[in-house]
Design a protein around this ligand. Structure first.
Ligand code: PLP
Length: 356
């Protein structure tokens, strides 16, 4: 069956739903996929009509450029259901804009805003029963674009595919992270693609992260590629460091991803009178703060986990543990941002976006 919902998006519904097989009380993160996906092809120099089709495999020529030259970018966002079953997104246009920032850097075609927003909303309305309502659960949304055009010649592809897939998900991560401050490998470099959400950025992180895991850590703290002296990101999250009562986070650059969670936390904190400094912070400074007792908290910030508290960090064969606080700022900020996301609090910043 194929019915026209708008001028642009056609919907082909799946014949049977998988939803009955899903245990919504025990959802993993990102491992269960909903019944449908949005697909839109770029060919002949333009984006074609988007379609919503049953979630299914993709068939590609072995010479498709995604496999050889890694033209692949993505976004990560969530849809939330409130108590009256209304559907909300959080700052979705920021994801849309960032997808195009990534596209430009990887020499991929930019996607018009309406293709992203209308496609996403049509998909969410169709998949609304897949948005979980159990605590801290949400529908994780993965929009991505990759090169389908083929040829072994090292040049940008002439064909691409944009897909939005959805995954009903429980909380991302439990427990505090022990992290290793990286002194050899780099996630990104000046003039590179660190600010883009490019798949290859993740591929390059896995090996150094595995080495850190072998040493008993869960995550790597990335430092600048030149001196390894300045703190940049926590795995695939932005990082905040609390010294006394001030939150410090590195400025975004071509090495650091401009996270939506990061910038929301900066605004929420400042709105509450918490001092936030956006500046370079050295490993030396946090080691010294740890030794003199002024280092209070460190946490990662990103859509999937929202906020991941850090228990301690390893640096040059030595471990530095953070204090156990009674009421960490990290937890307060997490509550405030998730209360906005789930429509449990006023949206004074205008970040919520209703899907209806
Ligand atoms: C996605 C991502 C983040 C977090 O961005 P959000 O918009 O908050 O989800 C931070 N750092 C890296 C490297 C990322 O890929």
């Amino acid at each position: 069956m194929s019915l026209e919902v708008s001028q642009k998006i056609t919907i082909e519904k799946s014949k049977i739903s998988k939803i009955g097989q899903v245990d919504f009380n025990n959802l993993p993160f990102g491992q269960v996929y909903s019944d449908h996906m949005l697909v839109c092809d770029y060919e002949n120099g333009k984006w074609q009509a988007p379609k919503i089709i049953p979630y299914q495999n993709i068939s590609l020529d072995p010479s498709a450029k995604i496999f050889h030259y890694g033209q692949s970018i993505f976004e990560g966002m969530k849809a939330y259901k409130d108590e009256s079953d209304a559907i909300w997104l959080f700052r979705p246009r920021d994801n849309q804009k960032r997808l195009n920032i990534s596209a430009k850097r990887l020499a991929m075609p930019e996607l018009p805003e309406s293709y992203f927003m209308d496609g996403l909303e049509a998909l969410l309305l169709l998949e609304k029963d897949w948005i979980p309502t159990t605590k801290d659960s949400s529908l994780y949304i993965r929009p991505f674009i990759f090169a389908t055009g083929n040829g072994f010649h090292a040049s940008p592809a002439d064909k691409y595919k944009f897909i939005i897939a959805c995954s009903p998900s429980g909380p991302y991560f439990g427990g505090k992270l022990k992290v290793l401050i990286e002194q050899q490998y780099s996630r990104s470099a000046n003039g590179g693609v660190g600010f883009a959400k490019a798949g290859g950025n993740y591929a390059g992180q896995f090996y150094p992260t595995n080495l850190a895991i072998e040493k008993g850590y869960q995550q790597v703290i990335w430092t600048d590629d030149t001196s390894h002296e300045f703190i940049e990101e926590a795995g695939a999250m932005n990082i905040f460091i609390r010294i006394d009562d001030t939150l410090i986070t590195a400025p975004t650059s071509d090495r650091i991803l401009d996270g939506i969670t990061r910038k929301s936390i900066i605004e929420i904190a400042r709105d509450q009178g918490i001092a936030v400094e956006i500046r370079n912070i050295s490993v030396h400074e946090i080691v010294e703060a740890s030794e003199n007792g002024s280092l209070k908290e460190m946490f990662g910030a990103g859509t999937a986990a929202v906020i991941s508290p850090i228990a301690g960090f390893g640096y040059k064969e030595k471990d530095f543990m953070l204090p156990e606080l009674e009421s960490p700022i990290a937890l307060k900020l997490k509550k405030q941002i998730t209360d906005i996301q789930y429509n449990r609090a006023d949206d004074k910043f205008g970040w919520r976006h209703a899907v209806k």
